[in-house]
Design a binder for this molecule. Structure first.
Ligand code: KG4
Ligand code: ZN
Length: 351
């Protein structure tokens, strides 16, 4: 790897984020702009609005990045962008910007899988490339779009997908409850706050796929909380909101941590991590720390700014691609789904 800098773009969903890192992965600049105010009235992300905002927001942030770091564009050796999975129009804004800059400045460009970005987010600010003793490693990536468990033999090995949700992502289930309770979108953070004043044993939600290896399911939980909310009169619901949030959040976290524990017992790693937007959850963070003590394994959880979508994790994952010797052509495409070669699939289906 050379001694220059890299510039990374993350635009896979509704956050526009730009990061400049040095070749060791040190973050020199990071700015992310969300679009919550544009989507909140729709109760979800509107793809067309998301791409329009990315194309308006990306270059002003890049402009600030160049001014604040006092770099000139020529000192950037590689432009990195998330190219999959995600919303097609959104991905194309970041990918085309990275490609165009690289092509016109005669530099390299790197395409990054968004889930790999989340996977390596715990090492932002911790020098991934000097963290050999953290491996082998088990990683839980849990966000609004993904709920995956990976095993990594070493820093540069292809992640092995050992567990995943069969249907909805954990964050999607939390966001659905947020919507049902009128907490806005995405509702995960509001549920986290409201849960603190609720009784987490007030309601019993299903322990879906508890005994089915490292597989997970959140659609049953989603339906059961919808039925519960719909069965309540408005005044009862107002009184029980916090109890519903606390009980639902507890069950989601119970399932995630139980699967993570099973994965650690099965794969005997040196350390484990929890990352992705839902890793911002205070209960999940606290319980992951407890699991670390119980299993006597180090745990890595990203600092809050690297939990939800951000370009720092994409930059780090891109630097890793460079270290692996991967190169990317001008015809590399964005894709709404991961490519087969991104992960080795060895799902643990049964206990
Ligand atoms: O990683 P992310 O920004 O986007 C995806 O790749 O999906 O994750 C967004 C998800 C949303 O579902 C949001 O509700 C959830 O992260 N989230 C939280 C918290 N903060 C964000 N979920 C639970 N507790 C939080 N504090
Ligand atoms: Zn994400």
């Amino acid at each position: 790897m050379n001694d220059g800098f890299v510039c990374a773009f993350e635009t896979s969903c509704d956050d526009t984020s730009v990061c400049i890192l040095d070749s060791s992965g040190k973050v020199l600049f990071l700015e992310s702009q969300d679009q919550n105010e544009f989507h909140k009235d729709f109760g979800g992300i509107v793809p067309e609005i998301a791409s329009r905002n990315h194309s308006a927001n990306l270059y002003p942030i890049l402009d600030r990045a160049i001014k604040k770091t006092a770099l000139n564009l020529d000192q950037i050796d590689t432009f990195i962008a998330t190219t999959r999975p995600g919303l097609m129009g959104s991905l194309m804004v970041g990918a085309t910007a990275a490609k165009t800059l690289a092509w016109s400045l005669k530099k390299k460009w790197v395409a990054v899988n968004h889930i790999k970005g989340h996977l390596f987010a715990p090492w932002v600010d911790r020098n991934l490339f000097e963290s050999v003793t953290d491996f082998p490693h088990v990683s839980l990536v849990v966000s609004g779009g993904h709920t995956h468990i990976f095993y990594l033999e070493s820093i540069l090995s292809t992640p092995i997908l050992i567990g995943q949700t069969k249907d909805d992502a954990a964050g999607e289930a939390l966001d659905k409850l947020g919507k049902l309770l009128g907490l806005g979108f995405p509702g995960g953070a509001a549920i986290d706050v409201l849960s603190k004043s609720g009784n987490d044993l007030a309601f019993d939600f299903p322990k879906s796929l508890w005994n089915e290896g490292l597989m997970m399911s959140f659609s049953g939980l989603k339906s059961s909380v919808r039925r519960l909310v719909e069965s309540m009169a408005d005044d009862e619901l107002a009184v029980k909101k916090a109890d519903i949030c606390a009980s639902f959040q507890k069950r989601v976290v119970d399932i995630l941590l139980w699967k993570l524990k099973k994965a650690c017992l099965l794969y005997k790693p040196q350390s484990f991590s929890v990352s992705g937007g839902v890793s911002a959850n205070s209960l999940l963070r606290e319980k992951a720390e407890n699991l670390s003590k119980e299993l006597e394994l180090s745990v890595f959880i990203p600092s809050m700014k690297y939990c939800t979508d951000n370009a720092a994790m994409i930059g780090l994952a891109g630097l890793r691609e460079i270290k692996m010797g991967h190169s990317f052509g001008w015809n590399e495409k964005a894709s709404p789904i991961s490519f087969d070669q991104d992960f080795i699939k060895k799902l643990v289906l049964n206990d």
